[in-house]
Write a new protein. Structure first.
Length: 532
């Protein structure tokens, strides 16, 4: 039996998925919440938010992600970074997952990835859980209801959290699997209830498809000046570095908080929602994001709450530090209605430096920008991946290595060319530690970060005096109104300057060692920007 609006010529049966129970097509938020409550998948929270625990998986499992090896992918996928699955193993996984679904109810949402109609892809999301469909409907872009009558998918994702993968039979690493087959246009997710795997799988897909069209896919947030979409800015960064927080500037229009493309027409959001970390969320500092946690249809993941009052505890990280809320973009009052912007005038690379070495902001040359983009230095924040319990220094190329199926220089060259063509100014912003490393120093004051970003975006930062950093060679402002002068010189924030020098030398060497892998593939100007 089927329920809901769907193209009559594009049902699951037409895709070889048969023997199911009730198929719920394109249910809206109220119906999905009713189904999730009926199934015992979670709790109805204040204001109609849906509160859910994802069990033992409270973050992504990047080591369980695979791409099917084929003639198409053999020379186009970065195999050093992406696990390979043989086609026959994928076929077995697909067959077993379909068999697992036999007799079960499923929830289907026909959605779109990409706000630019010329570059968007249609994706069909098939889920075992109603709340996963609610999440997918929130995070991807929703077609008009009438468009569902003739919707056909470019790719299909099937997610079965209750399915157990067999490493020997399916060619995976564990009982959890995320497998992508670009030839069969299928993505299979099993053995994890963490909903973020859904959205990141579609991001990975777009990261593979769009470079061939000359489009730069970016793990970044984006905004533009009010009433001036041409004045756009993008904010690269891994989870926990501040993409959502810093792009949600009340004085600018939000394009999106996580995934975007840069085409010949400008910037466009891939998604229709935001996925914000809620640990220690401050209602005064981030009132609109805080307010979404009690709005109808927001999915609140892995937050402790009072069973009687349903009041959320924003400080209790006993389930995970990666507690999150997923809400539609229009819940933010200054969100763009089109999710489109111009070519970025400013490119900001956010890094969470757990060493306490980097300044709060630095101006980069185009070559330095490519260098730091390929380096992707940051610290993994607690909870964003399994096993990460405290900030862990890492190099994640393109500020999103887990989602990059192609080699880093493919994305680096696209970024370099677009920066050169459109004259963007590039900045490196440290939202990590100052006054010492993690455990000794303190997090960079968000008020200072906001003040520096405001000055960068309005152009006033370009008018101040700069010094050349002795360790990294980039330019650092000497004095900025509204920001403590000592903060701009990280060495002065340490009680022991010699200890800072030792820590800086250690980080410089880490950069040099990591960057050696890219030297054979890059131009001489980027090599010259390398340090160490």
């Amino acid at each position: 039996m089927a329920i809901g609006r769907v193209n009559p010529n594009f049902r699951l049966e037409d895709q070889g998925i048969t023997g199911l129970g009730t198929v719920h097509y394109n249910l809206t938020e109220p119906a999905l919440i009713e189904a999730a409550l009926r199934n015992g998948e979670g709790t109805l929270g204040r204001g109609g938010a849906f509160l859910v625990s994802t069990g033992k998986f409270t973050g992504r499992s990047p080591k369980d992600k695979f791409i099917t090896r084929s003639a198409t992918t053999e020379d186009t996928v970065w195999w050093d970074n992406n696990g390979a699955m043989e086609p026959e193993k994928f076929d077995a996984l697909h067959a077993d997952m379909i068999a697992y679904l036999a007799g079960r109810d499923v929830y289907v949402e026909d959605l779109v990835g990409g706000a630019d109609p010329a570059l968007a892809i249609n994706v069909r999301m098939v889920t075992e859980l109603a709340w996963h469909s609610l999440f997918n409907r929130t995070m991807l872009r929703r077609p008009e209801r009438d468009a569902l009558d003739h919707f056909t998918a470019d790719f299909t994702l099937i997610n079965c959290p209750g399915f157990t993968a067999d490493p020997a039979r399916h060619g995976c690493r564990s009982e959890t699997v995320i497998a992508m087959n670009f030839d069969r246009k299928l993505i299979l997710v099993g053995g994890t209830e963490y909903a973020g795997e859904n959205k990141k799988s579609i991001f990975t897909l777009l990261n593979y498809i769009l470079p061939e069209k000359g489009v730069m896919p970016m793990h970044c947030s984006a905004n533009h000046a009010q009433d001036n979409p041409v004045d756009a800015a993008v904010f690269f960064g891994l989870s926990g570095t501040g993409k959502t927080t810093l792009s949600a500037d009340p004085d600018r229009t939000l394009i999106g908080d996580d995934e975007h493309g840069w085409s010949e027409r400008g910037t466009f959001n891939f998604e229709g929602g935001c996925y914000a970390k809620t640990i220690n969320l401050d209602p005064d500092a981030e009132p609109e994001i805080y307010a979404t946690t009690t709005k109808f249809g927001t999915v609140v993941e892995n937050m402790v709450f009072d069973p009687e009052t349903l009041e959320l505890d924003f400080e209790d990280d006993s389930l995970t530090a990666n507690m999150r809320c997923a809400y539609p973009l229009h819940y933010i009052s200054n969100a763009s209605q089109t999710a489109l912007g111009g070519h970025p005038k400013n490119v900001i690379m956010l890094t969470c430096d757990a060493f306490g070495v980097l300044p709060p902001i630095a101006r980069l040359t185009p070559a330095q920008a490519m260098y730091h983009f390929l380096s992707g230095f940051t610290s993994k924040v607690a909870g964003t991946e399994r096993g990460v319990t405290e900030p862990e220094p890492t190099f994640s190329t393109c500020f999103g290595a887990p989602f990059m199926p192609r080699r880093p220089e493919v994305y680096g060259n696209l970024l370099r060319d677009k920066i050169a063509k459109h004259g963007a100014t590039c900045w490196l912003v440290n939202t990590g530690w100052t006054g010492g490393a993690y455990g000794t120093g303190s997090r960079m004051p968000i008020k200072a970060t906001r003040a520096l970003l405001t000055a960068a975006l309005d152009g006033s930062l370009g008018e101040v005096a700069f010094r050349k950093d002795e360790n990294f060679g980039f330019e650092v402002p000497v004095e900025v109104p509204g920001v403590a002068e000592v903060l701009l010189d990280p060495r002065r924030t340490w009680d022991d300057p010699a200890a800072y020098d030792a820590q800086a030398a250690k980080l410089v060497q880490m950069f040099a060692d990591n960057f050696a892998q890219y030297v054979p593939f890059i131009d001489e100007d980027v090599k010259a920007a390398a340090i160490g």
